[in-house]
Ligand binder design. Structure first.
Ligand SMILES: [Zn+2]
Length: 112
C-alpha cells in the first residue's frame, strides 16, 4: 500500500455478484479489484460493473461495522469473511438456477 496517491472506496456491484468494497484510484482499477474480490476474470465482469457508492478513504475504520481495525482494506477481516460467504452463497444459488429469479433490469453498460 503506497498510501500517497489519491484513493477512493468504491462499492462495486454487478448483477451476478454481491457488492465488492474495494479501495482504488479510479473506476477501472476498482473493477479489477472487484473481479479479484469475486474470484472471477475481469474481462467477464467489467462491462456490467456499476458503481454503487464512491467515497473518500476511511482507512482503519470498517465500513460495515464501524469498528477500528488495522490493515489497508475497506472492511475488517470479519466482515470481509462474511461478504465472501455471501458471495459464495450467491454463486451457489446462481448455479442452482437462481439466475432466472433475478429481477429484470435494463442492461447498463458502463464504458471506461
Ligand atoms: Zn467490520
Amino acid at each position: 500500500m503506497a498510501g500517497k496517491s489519491k484513493e477512493y472506496i468504491f462499492f462495486v456491484k454487478h448483477p451476478q455478484h454481491t457488492i465488492a468494497p474495494v479501495i482504488a484510484e479510479n473506476w477501472e482499477q476498482a473493477t479489477v479489484k472487484a473481479a479479484d474480490f469475486w474470484g472471477v476474470k475481469w474481462g467477464k465482469v467489467a462491462a456490467l460493473c456499476e458503481c454503487e457508492r464512491k467515497m473518500g478513504t476511511h482507512k482503519g475504520v470498517c465500513m460495515d461495522c464501524n469498528k477500528v481495525f488495522y490493515g489497508g482494506e475497506v472492511i475488517c477481516p470479519m466482515c470481509l469473511r462474511a461478504r465472501k460467504d455471501e458471495e459464495r452463497r450467491k454463486q451457489e444459488w446462481l448455479k442452482s438456477g437462481g439466475a432466472s429469479l433475478l429481477p429484470k433490469r435494463g442492461l447498463q453498460v458502463k464504458m471506461i
